[in-house]
Structures are given as structure tokens and as C-alpha cells.
Design a protein around this ligand. Structure first.
Ligand code: FEO
Length: 395
């Protein structure tokens, strides 16, 4: 049964209900995901993207049920990452001469991953277009570094569909396909988590690209991303959210993230949380153990926060390795417009707070000098310093 998106456009992707991680193990999947591919059947028949390598046999078989593969006039490869290009090898065995429209960098990347196969690449850049009959055409829009150098979106005139590839997507399995059918809490949480953990490093480019797309004055009735729900109900709402998120976003929230050896640093974390709740009852406080809780979810909460407190005990003249690796990931997300402070216990040398302060500065945070550094277990004397630190951080 065809899964119609609009008129002669249908969804031919793969819903990955069992997926647990993405990008290796770097991105946690809590609510399934999908790789969305689309079939356009106008006078020309066009396939937009494919699906990930493990599903390539299913993909080609399902596509055969939809259409005689030889009827496909050309393929658009919006992006070379293997979750979208991974079925090309299998598909091209059946239709080896079919043109593939993509950016120059996409061709390079596809050939880098799968080897040179003498596929019939047609290189396109922003503004190039191709007629697909019935008065409709596809217009290509490069989306460089959103989130790979080769990334591209494709706009279909007539039906006014923007096939946005990764942008505006979510790792979220939605059998009902559309945003108005999806669970709204999950939809928006997964859209934000996706933005924070995949696109935020390129936030300045997101802002520019949104202005560029708005400048093209193309009517947009549907935004069809390559993961998750298709935005058909007020599709510009996700564009407006991206504009907001890309502009040094913050809410009235504070996140406290720590790891602990013998619970001393944990005690400080929870005491800081108590003090914030007492002194700033309108401020949302989130507390996470870095070793025990999911890093992508924690980063999503940090993104929403105006301030971050990070804690680690000193261990062999350093911070805990769990916190050290986590700090590298934090830096890579390039958060802006956030203050930060450090805390931690120690037994003798006591370097952790200073190291955390340096790492936070290096990650782009505005770090205050006030900190909580506790010899052995935290005492009332340590706790008495928390209100001053909190005030400096939140005033
Ligand atoms: Fe969904 Fe960049 O791949």
C-alpha cells in the first residue's frame, strides 16, 4: 500500500523501531527512528535518497513492489552519509545507468565510501533545477555543513515540498508519518535533541541558511526530512524553532552534571540543587550523574540552560575519565551564551576544580571563579559557600 505524502509523492523509507544508537554509539535512540526516502511519480519518476546499509535488501524489494525500477528516471542523493546512501550499491546493481543528481562533494563522498563504480553522476548546485513534467520541477539547494559538506535539500514546485534531508529531522519512529499525528511531546523533544546533538555545532550556518531559504520566497506546504515525522501541519513552525534554537538559545534552567567516587561530589551537586530551588524557585534545576545518565539527553538539557555546574573529584591529579570524555563531547557541541562553575572533592592534590574550569572555558562557557572544593567529604563550611557561588552564577 502506498504511503502517500501528497499527490504523486510517496514515502518509501524504512522505520527502524529497534534502533538503539546512531553514529556508532554516539547518539542514543530512545523512540526508534526512520530513514525516509521518497518516490515522485510525475511524468518523470524520481527517487529521493535511499536507506541505511543493513536495510538495503528490504528497501530494494519494497521499492520493486511500488514500481518497476527501470521506470526510475533519476535518483537525487541529498546526502552521502550511509544512512541515506547505503542502499545505492544494491539499487544500482539493478539500474546501473540511472543518473544520480547530487553535489560535487556528495559524489566524492559516495565514491570514497563505496568505491568508484562509474555511476552516472550529475553534479548540481544551489539554484539548479530539473523538470519532472506536469509543470513541476525540482530545485536544488546546497546545505553545506548542515551537517556534512555535501548536504543538500531539494524543493519540488507545484506540490511545494522541501525534501530537507537531515535538517528538521528527528530520530523518532512515526508510523503515522506526519507531525500532526505524532505524539507532540516526543516529537518536539526528539527534534530538539537532534538539533542540539547534531546541528548545534553549525548553528551560525543554520541561521544563514534559514534566511537564504526564506529569501528564495518558495511557498512551503510540506517539509519532508530524512528522519522522523514529515511536517505538513504548519511546516514553518520547525523552521521558526530552528531560528530560535540557532540564536544562543536558553531558558530559565540550570543543569548540574557530575560524577563521583565515594558520593562526596554527589552530595555537593544535590546541595547546589537545593540552594538554587530555595533562592530561585522559578528556575528549573536538572541534576545528572554523567556516568549513569545518557549524554545526549544531558546535553539537550544543558542546551536549554543558562548555566551549567560540573563536578568531579580529583583522581590521579586529574578529573575522572568519565567526566573528561564527556567534556570533549560538550566542547564539540559549541554551546553559546552560558555561564558555568565547577565543584569537586579531593583527598590530597586537588586539581579537579581548576581543570574543570579550564575545560569549561575551552568549551566556550563564561566561567565564574567561585567554586566548591572540598577536602574529603563536604562539610557545612563547604556548603555555606554555595549561596554565594549560585548568586554569582545566576545574577
Ligand atoms: Fe541522516 Fe547525516 O545522515
Amino acid at each position: 500500500m502506498k504511503k502517500l505524502v501528497k499527490n504523486n509523492v510517496s514515502w518509501v523509507g524504512y522505520i527502524d523501531w529497534e534502533l538503539e544508537t546512531f553514529h556508532g554509539d554516539d547518539y542514543s535512540i530512545m523512540n526508534g527512528s526512520s530513514q525516509n526516502a521518497y518516490l515522485i511519480e510525475e511524468e518523470k519518476t524520481v527517487l529521493i535518497d535511499t536507506v541505511w546499509i543493513p536495510h538495503r535488501d528490504d528497501f530494494v524489494e519494497n521499492l520493486k513492489r511500488e514500481i518497476d525500477l527501470k521506470k526510475i528516471d533519476f535518483i537525487v542523493a541529498n546526502h552521502a552519509e550511509c544512512d541515506h546512501s547505503g542502499s545505492l550499491t544494491e539499487l544500482m546493481k539493478e539500474i546501473p545507468d540511472t543518473p544520480i543528481y547530487c553535489t560535487a562533494l556528495c559524489q566524492k563522498s559516495i565514491e570514497g565510501q563505496y568505491g568508484k563504480q562509474n555511476w552516472n553522476f550529475h553534479i548540481v548546485k544551489t539554484g539548479d533545477s530539473v523538470d519532472i513534467g506536469n509543470g513541476k520541477k525540482l530545485i536544488f539547494i546546497e546545505m553545506k555543513m548542515l551537517h556534512w559538506p555535501d548536504s543538500m535539500a531539494t524543493y519540488m514546485t507545484g506540490d511545494n515540498i522541501l525534501f530537507s534531508n537531515d535538517a528538521f529531522g528527528q530520530h523518532y519512529a512515526v508510523a503515522e508519518m506526519f507531525n500532526d499525528m505524532a505524539d507532540q511531546c516526543l516529537l518536539w523533544h526528539e527534534a530538539l535533541k537532534y538539533f542540539v546533538n547534531i546541528l548545534n555545532p553549525f548553528a551560525p550556518l543554520v541561521s544563514k541558511k534559514i534566511e537564504e531559504i526564506k529569501g528564495l520566497k518558495l511557498p512551503i506546504d510540506i517539509i519532508a526530512p530524512s528522519h522522523g515525522a514529515i511536517w505538513r501541519d504548519n511546516p514553518m513552525q520547525i523552521v521558526e524553532k530552528y531560528a530560535e534554537w540557532a540564536d544562543a538559545y536558553q531558558e530559565n534552567q540550570v543543569t548540574i552534571a557530575y560524577d563521583t567516587m565515594w558520593e562526596g561530589t554527589a552530595k555537593i551537586a544535590h546541595k547546589i540543587s537545593d540552594v538554587i530551588q530555595q533562592k530561585y524557585p522559578d528556575t528549573v534545576v536538572k541534576v545528572f550523574n554523567i556516568s549513569k545518565q545518557d549524554k545526549n539527553e544531558i546535553m539537550t538539557e544543558i542546551f536549554k540552560s543558562k548555566a551549567l555546574l560540573v563536578g568531579s573529584p580529583t583522581c590521579v591529579n586529574d578529573i575522572l575519565s568519565s567526566v573528561s570524555g564527556w567534556m570533549s563531547f560538550l566542547k564539540s557541541l559549541r554551546f553559546k551564551n552560558k555561564k558555568a562553575a565547577a565543584f569537586g572533592c579531593y583527598g590530597w592534590s586537588g586539581e579537579s576544580v581548576k581543570i574543570l574550569q579550564e575545560r569549561l572555558k575551552d568549551a566556550g562557557f563564561d566561567v565564574i571563579e567561585e567554586n566548591i572544593k572540598s577536602l574529603w567529604n563536604p562539610t557545612e563550611e563547604n556548603f555555606e559557600k554555595i549561596p554565594e557561588m549560585v548568586e554569582k552564577l545566576l545574577s
